[in-house]
Design a protein around this ligand. Sequence first.
Ligand code: CA
Length: 229
Amino acid sequence: MRLLLVEDEKKVASHIKKGLEGEGYAVDVVNNGEDASSMVKAYDYDLLILDVMLPGKNGIQILKELRDSKQNTPVIFLTAKNSTEEKILGLDLGADDYLTKPFEFEELCARVRAILRRHESVKTTKLVIADLELNPVTHEVKRAGQRIELTQKEYALLEYLLYNQGKILTRTMIVEHVWDQDFDSFTNVVDVYVNHLRSKLDQPFEKKLLQTVRGFGYVLREQDASHKD
Ligand code: CA
């Protein structure tokens, strides 16, 4: 999942980015409101973390622009202590949640997970298809009860596929949601990572879940063994 963090305090921003990347998210960071506006127009983010107090355009204005343009990207805003007015305004404008500064990183993570779950209408903590399961809290991945070790990017790719199971995802969609803006899109990195995932998740098992849709991309789905692409 790919997140945009809008935060003008660079130290805070880099701390949060590092932490979220450690959780397997791709994270872009901008330090002002103007850049935030152009980034949300350019990319389809899975979630925004938006500081309210920013130079130039503030977080409330960015949120309003976003909702006015009918983008329903989930938003968590970061507000100063004792600013009840900001909280009410933000929530009324369509933010999904807020956090009061200073906050514990673990709390931010829990709220990000909760919102991604709600947004994708996933009702349980675990993401499941057939006998494969991923736990977004512990990052544990199991197939047929066996623990599978994944690298951070393999994990992020699998999480995105699981949130979108049954849907065909193009390479562009995968790149936009699993890698950040520093990614070089002229490489075949998606195919490489899909192959890594396959060798760990599918190869040892009879039922193949990660399927290629020729000319389109990839899909994670359950399918009869008799019914091949
Ligand atoms: Ca600020």
